[in-house]
Design a protein around this ligand. Structure first.
Ligand code: COA
Length: 347
């Protein structure tokens, strides 16, 4: 070793700590509405039952007969986010799409979307953590930027569970819940190190897989549930088990994240939560004494849009001026896997 080479014990010069900001958001919904009255004509259910149990009044659905695809929603939501960020797509280093319903297993949705928006050869990959996907993506993209290797990352949360619904009586436990959507956020490096994630968490418990799954083979059915080919490719859900998991997990996750950041719920400007059931959201609000205007709810208009749920709320809040620079915002989600995660930001 020469004198000019650093020894193992000489600390390397540290790059200046970067901050991360959310530079723009966008969303895109299919035009096709599926109201509770529409569902009443398709299966034995009522508007009253659906509203009382879930808070949902309508959801959107891609029109496959007209050739509408999830990729179209992703591309349009990302274009809107880029416009909001006043950015050229060529400035993107990476595109991540959080989805459990890609059009095809290959290519990844992110590659098609990056190409269609004009992001050149920016990297692209999909991330599947079901309804927690966007929050897991936020944490991943944030760490990639803070690590110094990437400056601008597009994160899209998108799902079209209508492809995996059974709109007959047999599927009434799930068909009433899910809707299609895409929403995007652009994360960018900033020299202000105070901006970015204050605390985050990502968890899973594979033992709970059988509470939400999409079987495609006889051996995909859990023990005790008979194989039924009619159920192939359709979401199977144990609603009561998911409800119980969600109510407890949701509150524990909020508390865990607040503890990590050393903050109280009253110090958070907005809770942007996965929209799975209005009763689950109300339970969290009650436990922490969060005022109504600080825990956003749009499930009545869109249902549970899985990976798009959290960024769709974020985009609406940004456009309404209810989330802006300087705010502290907590993102919280849970879903199939089972998975659950949070991301607490100083914007
Ligand atoms: N319309 C009318 N009745 C329905 C129905 C519908 N769409 N779906 C189910 N039912 C019936 C059931 O058949 C059952 O009838 P039974 O008692 O005669 O057997 C009864 O309603 C109660 O069913 P149950 O599943 O226990 O209802 P629930 O109160 O648990 O509500 C959900 C069902 C799905 C709304 C609720 O469990 C839920 O929201 N779970 C969480 C789901 C979720 O968040 N999933 C996404 C996770 S990211």
């Amino acid at each position: 070793m020469t004198d000019t080479q650093p020894s193992r014990h000489t600390p390397l010069p540290q790059p200046a700590r970067l901050g991360v900001r959310i530079a723009g958001t966008g969303s895109c919904l299919p035009d096709g509405k599926l109201t509770n009255a529409d569902l009443e004509k398709m299966m034995e259910t009522t508007d009253e039952w659906i509203v009382q149990r879930t808070g949902i009044r309508e959801r959107r659905r891609l029109n496959r007969d007209r050739g509408e695809t999830l990729d179209d929603l992703c591309v349009e939501s990302l274009r809107r986010a880029l416009a909001a960020a006043r950015m050229d797509p060529s400035e993107l280093d990476l595109v991540i799409v959080a989805t459990m319903t890609p059009e095809m297993p290959c290519p990844a949705t992110a590659c098609t979307v990056a190409h269609r928006v004009g992001a050149g050869t920016a990297g692209g990959f999909d991330l599947n953590a079901a309804c927690s996907g966007f929050v897991f993506g936020l944490n991943t993209a944030h760490e990639l930027i803070r690590g110094g290797g990437y400056r601008s990352i597009a994160l899209v949360g998108a799902d079209a569970l209508s492809r995996h619904m059974d709109y007959s009586n047999a599927g009434r436990g799930t068909a009433i819940i899910f809707g299609d959507a895409a929403a995007a956020a652009i994360l960018r490096a900033t020299d202000d190190p105070s901006k970015g994630i204050l605390a985050h968490a990502m968890h899973s418990n594979g033992a709970g897989w059988k509470d939400i799954y999409v079987p495609q083979q006889p051996f995909h059915f859990p023990e005790g549930i008979a194989c039924d080919p009619q159920k192939y490719d359709k979401v199977q859900m144990n609603g009561a088990a998911v409800f119980k998991f969600a109510v407890g997990t949701f509150s524990d996750l909020i508390q865990q994240t607040l503890d990590k950041a050393g903050l109280a719920a009253s110090e958070i400007d907005m809770f942007v939560c996965h929209q799975s059931n209005s009763r689950i959201l109300t339970a969290a609000r009650d436990r922490f004494g969060i005022p109504e205007d600080r825990l956003y709810v749009n499930i009545d208009r869109f249902g549970n849009t899985v990976g798009a749920s959290v960024p769709l709320c974020l985009d609406e809040l940004v456009r309404q001026g209810k989330v802006r620079e300087g705010h502290r915002v907590m993102f919280v989600a849970f879903g199939g896997g089972l998975t659950w995660g949070s991301s607490l930001w100083q914007l």
